[in-house]
Design a protein around this ligand. Structure first.
Ligand code: HEC
Ligand code: HEC
Length: 221
């Protein structure tokens, strides 16, 4: 019995260290003071839409602590989106907060990161080359159900964001879109679209056709 008591806290500590290790790896911005400031700013400016712990609400505001999003979104993507907002959607611009506070907000989201950060690798992926006519078919058959026929998102009554609008398209790389479509986002309605567990099994070429179509949408620029 005595032995067990000594072993237990050690095992607990080890687990804590393992859990903390990936958070600190490569993330200079996860310093506790900054995370704390970010959390305060979050509670004051964002919680109303993005909900407690930034888990989001389907059809209202996306999750900002979703593991797949955090692993592929660069700081540049987050900071640019927060600064400029997304015109024509419910996401207002927060340029008035200034660079430092926006950085603190991103540090707060990063403190939830549980998957390794792949954003540099994802953004370095080649541009999509595909057939927009084929992409339109898939978009209208599948994506439009949740994202709206023109990718207008919640305004079109969908549960997905405005992926056909410049607010998203100007900030997201083709790699970001490709990986999101392939892998989806856990615990949201955005399921992955490749492999037998996918909502539909789209090939890499079909996904590139869809991206090419999205970049061609009338409201995309
Ligand atoms: C069943 C509903 C559903 C379908 C079908 C669907 N999506 Fe989504 N999608 C979502 C939701 C919900 C989100 C936001 C998830 C969140 O809250 O984080 C999302 C997020 C995304 C994002 C990230 C957007 C952003 O704002 O960062 C992209 C890109 C995307 N979807 C592309 C597609 C494409 C392309 C298709 C068709 C092949 C598709 N989706 C089909 C529900 C769906
Ligand atoms: C009035 C509601 C509202 C408020 C307040 C708000 N947001 Fe948003 N936010 C949204 C909506 C709606 C979207 C999705 C827009 C779309 O359809 O593309 C969004 C999208 C985002 C995204 C992109 C997420 C993704 O999946 O690509 C980020 C990042 C974000 N918001 C950060 C913030 C931060 C940080 C704050 C506070 C400083 C904030 N938001 C305040 C409504 C809001």
């Amino acid at each position: 019995m005595k032995r067990l008591r000594i072993i237990q806290p050690k095992a607990g500590l080890l687990i804590t260290l393992i859990l903390l290790a990936p958070l600190n790896a490569g993330h200079a911005d996860t310093d506790p003071a900054m995370v704390k400031e970010g959390e305060k700013l979050y509670q004051a400016n964002c919680v109303f839409c993005h909900q407690a712990d930034a888990i989001g609400k389907a059809g209202f505001a996306p999750s900002l602590t979703n593991p797949e999003l955090l692993s592929i979104a660069s700081d540049k993507f987050f900071m640019g989106t927060i600064r400029d907002g997304r015109a024509g959607t419910g996401m207002p611009p927060f340029a008035h907060l200034g660079h430092k506070k926006i950085k603190a907000l991103v540090a707060y989201f990063r403190s939830f990161e549980i998957l390794p950060n792949r954003s540099a690798e994802v953004d370095a992926q080649p541009e999509a080359h595909g057939d927009p006519r084929l992409g339109r078919f898939w978009f209208e058959q599948i994506c439009a159900t949740c994202h709206g026929v023109k990718g207008d998102g919640y305004l079109a009554g969908g549960t997905g964001t405005a992926i056909g609008r410049p607010g998203f398209l100007n900030k997201a790389s083709d790699g970001f879109i490709r990986v999101t479509v392939k892998e989806g986002r856990s615990n949201t309605r955005m399921l992955g679209f490749s492999g037998s567990n996918g909502l539909a099994n789209l090939t890499d070429q079909e996904i590139d056709d869809v991206i090419t179509y999205m970049r061609d949408l009338p409201d995309s620029q």
